[in-house]
Design a protein around this ligand. Structure first.
Ligand code: EPZ
Length: 460
């Protein structure tokens, strides 16, 4: 695991600057500034885009390192701010992280993590408030150390996003839960959870992930009913099994976990990012052209691909990826977000942008989060015709969009602004692109490589 270049070893609890200095390359440090992305509309998109490892899988695979004292090597890790932040959190808990970075021009990194000894069992507020996925250390810490304390994450732009289902699951498996002063502590009497059954009243990706990571080292059997079935959950189950866990029902809404005493290390490649692939497909749909999405996995994207085809985008599933082609003339759609295998909420904003010039009115309904239309007023500044009533947005196709200065508010909303800018007359300036850097690896390079007139300017 020794590469001549770009290898940094970060032990547990490094001084903040050393971790940030080591792990954040130039590109990542930029995201700490208020950079802007400029898009000049009118170009079609043609060529190839490499699809990176999935952010939402990486963020649940990383904490699995806490479940064993042996090395865990993750391949195809996306170069994202959230991945670096999670590495920093794991260092605080005693987990070392070694990044064998690829060359700057490569995509994906290899990270070897080792939690030889867990030296802390708390995820503090200042980390959790910046990255809510930090709550995913709750389950593995509880499984490894018999206790865990995590700051309540608080809400975020798209909704208040409580963690009651996470706690309900751990309690069902026998954990004692205590919430005080904005922190929640979970404890396993005698160090290991006895086991039990949780029937989730609402499908929750994060709660399913925390419950699985707590269950794998329980004393008894843990059953998860109405579990999330997202491909990222399957990725997590596959890694856990590779580490020695016993899980039945992978990919279904009923998961049965026979707890084991110990888990061992593994080497595992993160799945391709289905949301990143779908986002670029929407960009091609609106701007027109033909792009190969290399590495995209059609099996993870059936609902997205079906919606693209219904809109009139030509989608070809091929060995090693997906090819999308469009003349930019699209049909309107009626879409409602739902848990997998339904239409992903993480694709709603991007589809809204793609449909801004469709030949008719589209109706989008957001059933998962209560405030996921923050991109609407920004798109309206560019001339979009969108009426929001409660959870439903009616998008009437317009002839032209005009470039304007707009503000990114959350990760997927930011991508919808970029997509709209690809066909807007003149220049669109998207501010606060640190939102984008959380979930889209080297976005401007990938867009520029297929002909988009996209540029990042740094505000210092
Ligand atoms: C994950 O968030 C993803 N994030 C989200 O992606 C994604 O939108 C979401 O799943 C749904 O697919 C990561 O994987 C890091 P949930 P998560 O628990 O786990 C409610 C992106 O853009 N709920 O499935 O937080 C919750 O409020 C991000 O990449 C409770 O009520 O989502 C929501 O309405 C955004 N209590 C619904 O369930 C709980 O304890 C689904 O949330 C947990 C959730």
């Amino acid at each position: 695991m020794r590469s001549a270049r770009f290898m940094s070893i970060v032990g547990p609890r490094p001084a903040r600057h050393s971790w940030l200095g080591l792990a954040l390359g130039r590109a990542d440090v930029r995201s700490l500034n208020m950079d802007r992305i400029l898009i000049r509309g009118g170009n079609r998109l043609n060529g190839r885009i490499p699809i990176s490892g999935a952010k939402n899988s990486a963020l649940t695979l990383l904490p699995c390192a806490l479940l064993t004292d042996e090395p865990l090597t993750l391949r195809n890790l996306p170069r994202l701010a959230d991945v670096d932040s999670f590495g920093h959190l794991l260092n605080q808990l005693g987990c070392s992280t070694m990044i064998e970075g690829a060359r700057p021009e490569d995509f994906g990194r290899v990270m070897t993590l080792r939690a030889g000894k867990v030296t802390a069992t708390m995820a503090p507020y200042d980390i959790v408030r910046k990255m809510r996925a930090s709550i995913l250390v709750l389950g593995p810490l509880l499984a490894r150390a018999g206790e865990a304390t995590v700051s309540l994450p608080g809400g975020c732009a798209i909704g208040n996003r409580p963690i009651d289902l996470h706690l309900k699951a751990l309690e069902a498996f026998g954990a004692e839960i205590e919430t005080t002063a904005g922190y929640v502590t979970a404890r396993a009497k005698n160090g290991r959870l006895p086991g039990g059954t949780i029937v989730f009243p609402v499908v929750s990706v994060g709660a399913t992930e925390n419950a699985l990571m707590a269950a794998v080292r329980a004393k008894g059997t843990c059953i998860l009913e109405n579990a999330a079935r997202e491909p990222e959950i399957v990725d997590l189950c596959r890694l856990l099994v590779a580490m020695g866990a016993h899980i039945e029902g992978i990919g279904t809404e009923k998961l049965v976990v026979e707890g084991v005493e110990r888990l061992h290390g593994a080497t595992y490649a993160v799945m391709p990012d289905r949301i990143e692939a779908g986002s670029y497909a929407c960009a091609v749909g609106l701007a027109g052209g033909k792009v190969d999405l290399d590495g995209a996995c059609a099996d993870d994207m059936h609902a997205t691909l079906a919606a693209l085809r219904e809109a009139g985008v030509e989608v070809t599933e091929r060995q090693g990826g997906i090819t999308v082609a469009s003349d930019g003339k699209l049909n309107p759609l009626t879409l409602s977000t739902a848990p997998f295998p339904g239409f992903a909420t993480d694709m709603q904003a991007q589809f809204m942008a793609m449909l801004l010039r469709a030949n008719g009115a589209s109706v989008l309904t957001e059933t998962i989060f209560e405030n996921r239309y923050m991109h609407v007023p920004e798109l309206a500044r560019m001339g979009a015709d969108i009426q929001v009533k409660g959870r439903t947005a009616v998008v009437r196709g317009v002839q032209r969009l005009v470039g304007a200065p707009v503000m990114a508010t959350d990760l997927r909303a930011s991508m919808s602004l970029i997509i709209a800018g690809l066909v807007a007359e003149g220049e669109t300036q998207v501010a606060r692109v640190y939102h984008l850097d959380r979930g889209y690896e080297r976005l401007e390079e990938k867009f520029a490589a297929v002909g988009a007139d996209v540029e990042r300017v740094s505000d210092g």
